[in-house]
Ligand binder design. Structure first.
Ligand code: NDP
Length: 786
């Protein structure tokens, strides 16, 4: 027998990790766990308990308390009480607590590892080498941000009590992603782990107790979906951070609508894994193993759609099948196992049903020749080829070890297929041509793109979705914004009182021209009549008629969205320098008509119009200045790679302007959103819309490309609802009464568009906040090395 033959036929022997220390820990708690509230263990008010099961063998591990609304209330109150001191605790002191947590996790790494594998069923190799080390890394990293908060986030304060709801696929890691930044920024938390996997969160609670974390800073309440819902609905919670299914994310979006609670959602995905013909195929095959068979494919960013360039497809499939034949499925505690158990029978059934659907819809199924263990929840690695792009298995998140393969011919087609999904969490691109890879990376709509790599995570890099994969980032500097709020109060966009320019309301009112204009909308670069054929009167504050604007309706909004969508790609690709030029030119043209605008403003608002025009000009200049200066970051992730955190435009945005300072608000909000590469449908201030309709004449004479800046006047709430419901709108900013916030936030759940709600009057948000709201961060991981 040759050495090669020996190596090829060498059988694996079992190499199981001992479960005893973890089982002893469970036994020491009499296999029954209470709720961790205000630093103490308490029995649930409900007096109900539920079992947590080892999915690899179906055996019960322990009983866990089921928190009801009373328990949630107690936990929120404990967190509120603790917030007073914790938020005042110096950053350095908070850093030391986070550091202590990280150290404890490292010291008890093996216990955490085994416990996680028992409760979740994932291979011990993954809990040992990925989950637990990353958990420690998150606490270390955020200890650093706690230390630096006072200098690096000056002017920002913690939010208060944060409700955090996490799924079962990365139980302790999701806890770390949420708890570490929240605590670092001075918030207190109430965390609900998933029903299937509560144990490591309870061990974590013990650690918090052991290091003397002040009572109430971290509260862990176990329970089911109802517990989560009670936490979402509790009025004492200032923010909800959720990771889980898009379906529940949508419920939470609706439940929090209008409540003023800050929200971040990390939801599902159907991430593309794109292989070009010049890729290193053997590496790409290993990449697929990590992309879809890591954690049995129960990963939100799993590379579940393999897109292969046509010429190499058969070769790639052959290599993949050979590799799949060698994968090992079995006891998750065995260190030589590649795939462990599926979380629960219900999930296994869901996978089986979707696979069945794939077969029925005509895709070609391939599974290895060997059988998975008959006992416990196991499913073999599965490959579908000849998959139609619109079929169920190409569109729906299966959340199992099932790969759907499609082919493409050109990079353009690859991008089209990659983006042919309602999700936008992650993507993986394989090519030896870095020009091609980066070009494609910037075109794929996803929060994270890995080049020649996949499923890389680090605390220094932000993670989060585009589209129906949710919004908000976790990790990196960008993740901190989810847990802070601005404390400064700004009088205007520039933080100064508008300067007087010598024009008074009275003087300008006297020189107003008569009502002589036909009210129109501005759509696709043209003045158009409103579809309704109706106009709406505009009055001065003392009740005099000053003009009319068109009464836009659903049809007008749809036309405007269509125009904005059509203009988006071109505008997105326009260089930052040229975008700035467009805004400077706009400002120049506005300045030429400053007096006319000032008169109009004074008339409509009764305020100093001259000062407002000045402030609007300054806002346009500020926006233009940021065009090429709102930079991304290079995150120092601990691998041989660069991770580029790039702010990207969100897409088509609806902006409903506030009542006050109509021209300034338009310039500041819409100008900034535009310069970041978004295309807009702007609904001007309902009290003083004439400045905006005058403004389209300035737009016409500037170089603003047709369709990038559309203006629709009309009833704010009606237009807001249409925009929020529209599936081709990616974000809505709504400044208006509180009732409208709820309307917009609830309606936005359809395609999970980002929303930003603002009061109808008062100070405008500062430029940094607007820039952040106008962009989303994409993290592109680029490994290097010869
Ligand atoms: P869910 O989205 O239902 O659960 C995530 C978390 O939310 C859990 O803690 C859950 O509690 C809780 N929850 C459930 N209902 C509510 C509610 N109405 N209000 C507040 N919190 C709630 O995911 P599942 O675990 O049920 O998995 C279902 C499917 O979701 C999977 O098949 C998979 O496709 C997808 N999924 C996606 C994830 C991702 O990261 N993208 C993660 C997990 C699942 P409890 O566990 O007690 O029910």
């Amino acid at each position: 027998m040759t050495l090669t033959e020996i190596m090829q036929t060498l059988p694996y022997g079992p190499a199981p990790e001992a479960a005893k220390p973890a089982l002893d820990w469970i036994k020491a708690h009499k296999a029954r766990f209470q709720l961790f509230i205000a630093g103490r263990w308490r029995a649930p008010a409900s007096r109900e308990w539920f079992a947590t099961i080892n999915p690899a063998n179906g055996q019960k591990l322990a009983e866990v308390a089921l928190a009801d609304a009373t328990d949630v209330d107690k936990a929120v109150k404990a967190a509120r009480k603790a917030f007073t001191d914790w938020s005042q605790t110096k950053g350095h002191v908070r850093a030391r607590y986070l550091y202590a947590i990280a150290r404890q996790i490292q010291k008890h790494a093996r216990l955490f590892t085994v416990l996680e594998t028992l409760d979740n069923g994932k291979p011990i190799r993954e809990t040992r080498d990925i989950d637990i080390p990353l958990v420690a890394r998150h606490f270390y990293y955020h200890a650093g941000w706690a230390q630096l908060m006072e200098s690096e986030l000056a002017g920002y304060a913690p939010l208060g009590v944060v409700g955090q709801i996490i799924p079962w696929n990365f139980p302790l890691l999701m806890l770390a992603w949420k708890v570490a930044p929240a605590l670092a920024m001075g918030n207190t938390v109430v965390l609900k782990p998933a029903e299937y996997t509560p144990l490591t969160a309870l061990l974590f609670a013990e650690i918090c107790q052991n290091i003397g974390l002040p009572p109430g800073v971290v509260n862990i309440i176990t329970g089911d979906g109802k517990t989560g819902a009670a936490l979402v609905e509790h009025p004492g919670v200032d923010k909800i951070a959720f990771t889980g299914s898009t379906e529940v994310g949508r419920i939470i979006r609706k439940a929090t609508a209008g409540s003023g609670k800050k929200l971040s959602l990390e939801l599902g995905g159907k991430s593309p894994f794109v292989v070009f013909e010049d890729a290193d195929l053997d590496s790409a095959v290993e990449g697929v193993v990590d992309a879809i068979w890591f954690n049995q494919g129960q990963v939100c960013c799993a590379g579940s759609r393999l897109l292969v360039q046509e010429g190499i497809a058969e070769k790639m499939y052959a290599k993949l099948r050979a590799r799949m034949e060698k994968l090992r499925v079995g006891d998750p505690l065995d260190k030589a196992v590649d795939l462990g158990a599926i979380i629960a029978p219900a999930q296994l059934e869901k996978i089986q049903q979707l696979v069945q659907k794939g077969v029925e819809e005509g895709a070609k199924l391939w599974q290895p020749s060997w059988a998975v263990p008959a006992e416990g929840c196991f499913y073999p690695p599965t490959l579908f080829t000849e998959v139609a792009p619109a079929s169920t298995i190409a569109q729906e998140e299966i959340f199992g070890p099932v790969l759907a393969a499609l082919t493409f011919r050109t990079p353009e087609e690859a991008v089209r297929l990659a983006n042919n999904t309602r999700y936008g969490l992650a993507a993986s691109i394989w090519s030896e041509d870095i020009n091609l890879a980066l070009d494609v990376a910037t075109q794929i709509k996803a929060g994270t793109v890995w080049i020649n790599s996949t499923n890389l995570f680090d605390a220094a890099s932000g993670f989060g979705g585009y589209r129906e994969s949710g919004f908000g980032r976790e990790g990196g500097r960008e993740g901190l914004w989810e847990y802070v709020k601005k404390i400064e109060v700004h009088r205007t966009a520039q933080g100064q009182k508008p300067r007087a320019r010598g024009l008074t309301a009275r003087a300008s009112a006297e020189s107003l021209p008569p009502i002589d204009r036909t009210a129109k909308l501005f759509i696709g670069g043209k003045q158009v009549r409103p579809d309704s054929g109706y106009s709406k009167a505009v009055y001065t504050p003392d009740g005099r008629l000053v003009g009319e604007v068109g009464l836009g309706n659903r049809k007008d909004i749809c036309n405007a969205v269509e125009a904005a969508r059509g203009a988006f790609e071109g505008w997105r690709k326009t260089t930052a320098h040229n975008k700035a030029q467009v805004l400077y030119f706009l400002a120049e043209n506005l300045s030429q008509r400053a007096e006319e605008f000032a008169r109009r403003l004074s008339e409509q608002t009764g305020q100093d119009g001259g000062a407002e025009v000045e402030a609007a000009l300054e806002a346009l200049f500020t926006a233009a200045a940021w065009a090429d200066k709102y930079e991304g970051l290079v995150h120092p992730t601990p691998l041989r790679n660069v991770t580029l955190a790039i702010p990207e435009p969100i897409g088509v945005m609806g902006i409903l302007c506030p009542d006050d300072q109509p021209l300034l608000a338009l310039a500041h909000l819409a100008g900034t959103a535009l310069v970041m590469g978004n295309t807009l449908v702007v609904v001007p201030s309902p009290l003083a819309p004439l400045s905006a309709t005058d403004f389209y004449q300035v737009l016409e004479t500037s170089d603003v490309p047709a369709g990038t800046f559309n203006i629709v006047t009309g009833e704010r709430e009606e237009l807001a609802l249409t925009l929020a419901e529209h599936d081709d709108v990616d974000a809505v900013w709504y400044a208006g009464p509180r009732a409208g916030w709820a309307l917009v936030e609830r309606a936005s759940a359809g395609n999970m568009k980002r929303t930003w709600t603002l009061p109808p009057s008062g100070p405008l948000p500062d430029t940094q906040e607007v820039l952040r709201q106008a962009t989303q961060v994409k993290n592109i991981w680029v490994p290097y090395g010869a």
